[in-house]
Write a protein that binds this ligand. Sequence first.
Ligand SMILES: Nc1ncnc2c1ncn2[C@@H]1O[C@H](COP(=O)(O)OP(=O)(O)OP(=O)(O)O)[C@@H](O)[C@H]1O
Length: 271
Amino acid sequence: MSDTSAIRTENLNLFYGRDKTNQALKQVSVRFPANQLTTIIGPSGCGKSSLLKSLNRLHDLKLHARVEGEVYVGQDPIYRSREPVPDLRRRIGYVSQKPTALPMSIYRNVAYGPKIHGRPSRQELDELVERSLRKVNLWDEVKDRLNAPAADLSVGQIQRLSLARSLAVEPEVVLCDEVTSALDPISSERVEETLLALKQDYTIIMVTHLMPQVQRLADHVVFMYLGDALEQGPASEVLDAPSSERARDFIHGHGGGAKSPSGSVRLASSG
Ligand SMILES: Nc1ncnc2c1ncn2[C@@H]1O[C@H](COP(=O)(O)OP(=O)(O)OP(=O)(O)O)[C@@H](O)[C@H]1O
């Protein structure tokens, strides 16, 4: 059987603490299918963010965090790779829950990454900035003020700018860590619409604690419990017929369950 995973982990362990006292991930082997949106769900403290951050080596930045096992992007192992970590991170973008604008113009926020990774001409940069802002549905809102400080944008716009910034370096995978948690319902809905459109071109992996959001967006689900990946599979299977009692309790306790009869993904106007 051919493996259509864009990214997968193999026996991934993560320890925090000077003496590896806290094991946050336990032998986690999960796959994230290409061009699908996978949500990572589970109770608080079960290792969702830890797993997400291990997918582009964000734990390297922490003093007392140790990863064992491997993550493969396509066929390439990222922990045993000789590729410089910034080049690996270019392939796997990360958007955090806190909408963040770099202290520079809207244009330069998006152009910043491509300039670091290459020497694009001014015309190439202009095209890249426009393309990236269009992908997150922000172009029409900002095209007349590209040189204004990005900090002047609304929180919801800044979160879409963060997404544009990560797309501008042309990643294969986009990691989203509770990216709507700081947003009002309308801004959240715009980000959700953007993510749904983006999965045609990218593999998206999203941590969320909002079951209605999982219902609306997920093609594939990973359920984490106390550092274990207890369940994984197509959203229709994991959400509608979870095999473990833990997952059943979690999903039903959060109002999860059956999708719309057609199985289609709907955007609701409220949570
Ligand atoms: N930097 C850190 N140092 C030490 N322990 C940590 C660190 N980050 C997370 N942990 C611990 O690792 C475990 C998993 O945390 P993680 O943040 O990955 O869970 P989570 O499922 O994302 O939680 P939440 O839904 O509350 O955000 C928890 O026990 C947490 O306390």
